[in-house]
Design a protein around this ligand. Structure first.
Ligand SMILES: Nc1nc2c(c(=O)[nH]1)N[C@H]1C(S)=C(S)[C@@H](COP(=O)(O)OP(=O)(O)OC[C@H]3O[C@@H](n4cnc5c(=O)[nH]c(N)nc54)[C@H](O)[C@@H]3O)O[C@H]1N2
Ligand SMILES: Nc1nc2c(c(=O)[nH]1)N[C@H]1C(S)=C(S)[C@@H](COP(=O)(O)OP(=O)(O)OC[C@H]3O[C@@H](n4cnc5c(=O)[nH]c(N)nc54)[C@H](O)[C@@H]3O)O[C@H]1N2
Ligand code: SF4
Ligand SMILES: [Mo]
Length: 733
C-alpha cells in the first residue's frame, strides 16, 4: 500500500533553507538566450545512428543539467545536452560528457562487500545483498540497544535521493544525528543573506550591467545558468570585477582582477558601502521604504574608509572608491555576487551580511539585473509517519552554532563531540554519497573518529576513501541507471529535473530506494511501512497537483514556466524577516549577542616562511569524485602546488620539482607549479588527489590531499567550517 500521506505527520520538522516560493517566474530574456544559442548552432545534439534517446539529468555535480543519452544495444554511446533545458542554457560541461565513464568504469563498485581484514587494509569479500543487509541491520540495532538510536549517525551530501530516502531512514530509525554537506560548503552564505532578506536570492547575471564576484570562480566552479550567463547576452555592456587571490579562468574573463589578501573581503565590502553612503550614491527611496536600520548603518560605516580598507585588503583606495562609484551608477542593474561556497574564514556569516547590505543600499533587490528572490515549482511532498521513540536525545552537535540546521548539523562540531564521546557515544556511521575522509578538513581527525566507531556502512558507486575505511560497502546504481524522484530546482528560472534510467543497472548495483526498502524490512515493520511505495507512485504523487509537469518531462526532459519576465513580485509584500523588510540592522542578531551590523575582525597574518593554503574548484573535476574518471583524468592526471614565482625563487625551488607541504595537522608531497597566478603569500592545490583507497587505480599514489592539510576552524554563527586559515611550510621533497 502506498504510504504517501498528504499531510506532514513527521515527528521532527525539518528546517530547510528558506526560498521565496513565487507564483510566476522570469523567462523572457532567458528564453531569448536559449533561442540564440540554438540558432548559433552552439548546442550540438548530433544523434547516434539507430540510437534510442533518453532524457535524463546529469549526476556529475549539483547542477543536474539536462541530458539526452544516446543508447544503442543496451550501451550508452554518448551524452548530449538537452537543448530545451533552459537552466543550463543547453550546456553539458566536460564532466557531464565524461559521465559515460562513470558507468563503464572498471573501478566502480559491482557487488556488496564486507570487510575481511583490518579497517583500511583493503581486504574485502564479496557478499550477497541479503548477507550484507542482514549485517547492517544487525549492527544498527546492536548500537541502538547498547547506546541509543542516536548512536548511529547518518551522513550524506546534496542530491535527489538523500532528501527523500536517506534522511527518512535516519528519522524512522530514530537518530537525530544527520549531517550533510552545507557546513562544508555554503551554510554561512545562506545564513548571512537570509538574515538580511529572509531568503537566499539569485543574482540575475544575465541582465546585470555590473557584477563583482569575490571568490566565486564561475568559469571553473560551474553554477548554472550563472557560468554561461556571465559570458553571454550583454552585448558588451557588462563589467565584471573579479576578486580572488588567484588568477582563475574567471579572472581571465573579467574586466578587472583584484588579487585580494585572503580573509579581508569584508574590509573591501565595508569600504564600498562607506563610499556609497558618504557620497549619497545609495538608492534613497528604496532604502527608506524597503529596509530597516539604515540610520544605524550611517555612523557604523564611517570609520571604514577606502584608505583604511587598503591597509587591510591590499586593494588600492582609489580603486575601491572608483569601483563603488561605478557600481552605484550601474544600479539597480548591478550585483555583488553572493557566491556559493562560503567557507573562507571564521567570520564568514558577517562577510555575507556585509555583501547583502551592500546590495541592499543600491536598491537592486527584486529588479532586473539585480538580486532576485528564488522561485520554485511546487511538487507534492513525500510524507510518512515516522515511528515514535521515547528515549532519543537531542542532536549531538546541538548548540555548537548559533543557527544550527536540524537536518544538516555541523560536520566538524559533530566530529569533535563524537571524539569526546560527549554528551553521549556515537558508534555507528551510515554514509550515503559522501566522501567524508576527503571532504571534511583535517583527515587525520576524521579517521580517528571512524576508528572509534563500532560499525561503518558506506553506499557509493566507487571505492572512495570513506568506503575504504568502512565495514560494509554497498554499490548503488549510477545516475544513468536509475530513476530518481523529480527535483524542483529553484532560481530565477526554476525547473523540474528528471532522471530516468538510460540502461539497466549493471552488476549487482541497486538504486537507493531499493536499498532503503530492503534495509527497512530488516529493521522492523514500522520502518518498512514508511518505504512501502514504488518510485512510480512517488513521482505521480509529486505531480498530483500538476500532471503537466510529468507530461513535459516525458516529452522534453524538462519542465519550466513559460511566462514573461516578472520582477518585483515581492514589492508591497512582507519579506520573511522579522520586520518584513530588508534588515540592514539585524535586531535578531543583537538579541542573540551577535553584531547586528558587520564589524570587521582581523585574522592571523601568515607567519614568516609560511603560506596560506587555498582550496578551489577546477572545471574538470567535481570535488573528489571525478579525479579517477578516465576521460577527466586525461585532462588533469595529478594536482600541483601553485607557488608564486618570487616566493619560489626565495625558497630556491623550481617548477616541476617535488615538494613537501606541511601543516599543523598533516603533510603531503606533490609537484610544484611555479606561477604568477597566485599571490606570493598563498599556495593552492586542487582537491581530489592523495587518496588512501587503492580502489582508485588511476590516481592512487598520485599528488597530495588538501583535506589532510587543512585545519578545521568553525564559523560560530552557522557551524560552517572555514577553509582558508591554515598556514603551511613548503620544502623540497
Ligand atoms: N579540502 C576540501 N574540502 C572540501 C572542499 C574543497 O574544495 N576542498 N569543498 C567543500 C564543498 S563546497 C562541498 S559541497 C563538499 C562536498 O563533499 P561531499 O559532500 O563529500 O561530496 P563529494 O566529495 O562530491 O563526494 C560524493 C561521494 O558520492 C559518491 N557518489 C557519486 N555519485 C553517486 C551516486 O549516484 N550514488 C552514491 N551512493 N554515491 C555517489 C562519490 O563517489 C563520492 O564518494 O566538500 C567540501 N570539502
Ligand atoms: N567544476 C566544478 N564546478 C562546481 C563544483 C565542482 O566541484 N567542480 N562544485 C560545486 C559546489 S558544491 C560549489 S560549493 C561551488 C563552489 O563555487 P565557488 O565558491 O565559486 O568555488 P571555489 O573554487 O571553491 O571558489 C573559491 C575561490 O575563492 C578564492 N579565495 C580563497 N580565499 C579567498 C578570499 O579570502 N577572498 C576571495 N575573494 N577569494 C578567495 C579561491 O582562490 C577560489 O578561486 O561550485 C560548484 N560547481
Ligand atoms: S555543470 Fe557539468 S557536471 Fe554539473 S550537472 Fe551540468 S553538465 Fe553535469
Ligand atoms: Mo559545495
Amino acid at each position: 500500500m502506498s504510504r504517501l500521506i498528504d499531510k506532514k505527520l513527521s515527528r521532527r520538522r525539518f528546517l530547510g533553507t528558506s526560498t521565496c516560493a513565487l507564483a510566476t517566474a522570469t523567462v523572457g530574456s532567458q528564453a531569448r538566450v536559449l533561442k540564440a544559442l540554438a540558432e548559433s548552432g552552439e548546442v550540438t545534439t548530433s544523434k547516434v545512428a539507430g540510437s534510442k534517446d533518453v532524457f535524463t539529468a546529469c549526476g556529475m555535480c549539483v547542477n543536474k543539467c539536462g541530458v539526452i543519452a544516446r543508447v544503442r544495444d543496451g550501451r550508452i554511446h554518448k551524452l548530449d545536452p538537452n537543448p530545451d533545458y533552459i537552466k543550463s542554457r543547453g550546456m553539458l560541461c566536460a564532466r557531464g560528457n565524461a559521465g559515460v565513464k562513470v558507468v563503464y568504469d572498471p573501478d566502480r563498485l559491482k557487488y556488496p562487500l564486507i570487510r575481511a581484514g583490518k579497517r583500511g587494509e583493503g581486504k574485502w569479500r564479496r557478499a550477497s545483498w541479503d548477507e550484507a543487509l542482514d549485517l547492517v541491520a544487525k549492527k544498527m540495532n546492536a548500537i541502538a540497544e547498547k547506546y541509543t538510536r542516536a548512536g548511529v549517525m547518518f551522513a550524506s551530501t546534496e542530491g535527489t535521493f538523500q532528501e527523500h530516502f536517506f534522511l527518512q531512514m535516519a528519522e524512522c530509525f530514530g537518530s537525530p544525528n544527520t549531517v550533510r554537506h552545507p557546513t562544508l560548503c555554503l551554510s554561512s552564505n545562506i545564513q548571512g543573506f537570509s538574515a538580511t532578506y529572509g531568503t537566499f536570492p539569485t543574482p540575475d547575471v544575465l541582465n546585470s550591467d555590473y557584477i563583482i564576484m569575490a571568490g566565486a570562480n564561475r568559469s571553473e566552479a560551474l553554477i548554472t545558468p550563472d557560468s554561461i550567463d556571465q559570458l553571454k547576452g550583454d552585448g558588451g555592456r557588462r563589467k565584471l570585477v573579479y576578486i580572488d587571490p588567484r588568477f582563475t579562468k574567471t579572472a581571465a574573463k573579467a574586466d578587472e582582477w583584484l588579487p585580494i589578501k585572503p580573509g579581508t573581503d569584508m574590509a573591501f565590502v565595508l569600504a564600498m558601502i562607506h563610499v556609497i553612503v558618504a557620497e549619497g550614491l545609495y538608492a534613497k527611496d528604496f532604502v527608506e521604504t524597503l529596509t530597516v536600520g539604515f540610520d544605524k548603518l550611517v555612523p557604523h560605516i564611517k570609520p571604514y574608509t577606502p584608505e583604511w580598507a587598503e591597509k587591510e585588503c591590499e586593494i588600492p583606495a582609489r580603486d575601491i572608491r572608483r569601483i563603488a562609484r561605478e557600481f552605484a551608477k550601474a544600479a539597480p542593474k548591478a550585483v555583488f555576487y553572493p557566491g556559493r561556497r562560503s567557507s573562507f574564514a571564521d567570520d564568514d556569516v558577517q562577510l555575507r551580511r556585509a555583501m547583502a547590505i551592500l546590495n541592499a543600499v543600491i536598491g537592486n533587490w527584486d529588479t532586473e539585473g539585480g538580486l532576485v528572490p528564488n522561485s520554485k515549482i511546487k511538487l507534492q511532498k513525500h510524507d510518512y509517519l515516522a515511528p515514535w521513540y521515547d528515549d532519543v536525545p537531542e542532536r549531538i552537535d546541538k548548540g555548537s552554532a548559533v543557527f544550527l540546521s536540524e537536518k544538516d548539523g555541523s560536520w566538524t562540531a559533530m566530529r569533535d563531540r563524537i571524539l569526546a564521546g560527549k554528551p553521549y557515544p556515537v558508534k555507528g556511521m551510515m554514509i550515503y554519497k559522501q566522501n567524508v575522509v576527503m571532504s571534511v578538513p583535517n583527515r587525520a581527525k576524521t579517521l580517528k573518529m571512524m576508528d572509534q566507531m563500532d560499525f561503518i556502512c558506506t553506499i557509493d558507486i566507487t571505492m572512495s576513501d570513506t568506503a575504504w575505511y568502512s565495514d560494509v560497502v554497498l554499490p548503488e546504481a549510477t545516475y544513468l541507471e536509475r530513476q530518481d524522484p523529480l527535483e524542483s530546482l529553484s532560481g530565477i528560472l526554476p525547473v523540474v529535473a528528471f532522471r530516468q534510467p538510460c540502461i539497466e543497472a549493471m552488476f549487482e548495483s541497486k538504486p537507493n530506494l531499493w536499498i532503503m526498502q530492503n534495509l527497512a524490512k530488516r529493521l522492523g515493520s514500522e520502518i518498512a511501512e514508511t518505504f512501502d511505495f514504488t518510485m512510480d507512485d512517488l513521482i505521480h504523487h509529486q505531480v498530483s497537483k500538476n500532471p503537466k509537469i510529468l507530461k513535459d518531462l516525458k516529452s522534453n526532459g524538462v519542465h519550466y514556466m513559460k511566462v514573461l519576465p516578472t520582477y518585483g513580485l515581492t514589492r508591497g509584500k512582507r519579506l520573511r524577516t522579522k520586520t518584513g523588510k530588508i534588515e540592514i540592522y539585524s535586531a535578531n542578531y543583537a538579541k542573540k549577542g551577535l553584531d547586528p551590523l558587520p564589524v570587521y575582525t582581523k585574522h592571523a597574518e601568515v607567519p614568516a616562511g609560511k603560506f596560506r593554503l587555498l582550496v578551489g574548484r577546477n572545471a574538470y573535476f567535481t570535488h573528489w569524485t571525478t579525479a579517477n574518471n578516465a576521460y577527466l583524468h586525461e585532462l588533469m592526471p595529478e594536482n600541483t602546488l601553485w607557488l608564486n614565482t618570487t616566493s619560489a625563487k626565495k625558497l630556491g625551488l623550481i617548477d616541476g620539482q617535488k615538494v613537501k607541504v606541511k601543516s599543523p595537522v598533516g603533510e603531503g608531497t606533490l609537484k610544484l607549479e611555479v606561477t604568477d597566478k597566485i599571490r606570493p603569500d598563498c599556495v593552492y592545490m586542487a582537491h581530489g588527489f592523495g587518496v588512501l583507497s587503492k580502489g582508485q587505480s588511476l590516481i592512487y599514489g598520485v599528488g597530495a590531499c588538501d583535506a589532510a592539510l587543512i585545519e578545521e576552524k568553525l564559523e560560530p554563527i552557522s557551524g560552517n567550517v572555514a577553509m582558508h586559515q591554515t598556514f603551511v611550510e613548503v620544502s623540497p621533497a
